[in-house]
Design a binder for this molecule. Sequence first.
Ligand SMILES: [Fe+2]
Length: 304
Amino acid sequence: MAVRALLHYALEVPDQTVGEKFYRSFGLVDQGGKDDAVHLRPAALARETVRLYGGPKKRLHHLAFGAPGDEYQATLQSIRRAGIRQVDPPRSAPDGGVWLRDPDGHLLTVRDEGPEAPPPDPPLRLNSPGHIGRQVERGAPEAGTTASPRRLGHVLFFTPDVNRQLDFYTRVLGMKLSDRCQTIIAFLRCTTDHHNVAFLTSKGPGFHHASFEVGSVDEIAMGALRMQQAGFEPGWGLGRHVIGSNFFYYIRDPWGSFAEYFHDLDYIPEACAWEPRDFPEGDALYRWGPPVPDDFGLNRELEG
Ligand SMILES: [Fe+2]
């Protein structure tokens, strides 16, 4: 029993137009839609991955997981068995699915759907010692190249109780712990990605970032450059994480949270002997990259 896909996240934001401009500059495209939300998606996918609703301040509106067929029925049973009360869908919510709240009060929906995989890229053609992937051809990206996120990979939330969230998402939704750093942060998966949801300790709940896969380290950097040119403040990167191993660049969004480009995340097949590690605090965040901005771990939803 488990959810099998992270389908989309929805935020409430004070200005949907500003939010739409941010995510379009980031590389997502408008999905359209007849309701009062802005719907965005990676160009290569049919389904939305980001929804923006109007609201007084930035916060999570809801998070959508998919569980196809029998997995959906089993997830419903697990929710009932755990004594979790189903709640009414919010106004202008996507049709279908079951709605519930996690222990931090985040609104969740689980839908009878599987993941949607983007078309595969051709293999990267890199030259490395003893392996020539590209010859008689220049490798630097063209000027003006930008990022085109292929898919949503994960979301990270603040929580006042990492263990309580870990218990709920593993016991009720069937996710697996991939790695953690004590009770500071925990990374969980419901797909072959190293993580699809992570929880970072804070004094209260909040949305920290969402992360999208791109095709190369060049694409991360060119996307970051384009975002700087579009007037969005740089966040943090380029660097390489320890937990999950991905190359990263975080762009600060208009509300003090982040959108991340990632590439080369650890891949964990369903049936394998992956042992979660509990990393020491001093060696959990990044292997290399610029210094972490002072406010990177700041939960701005607790302010005001
Ligand atoms: Fe991330």
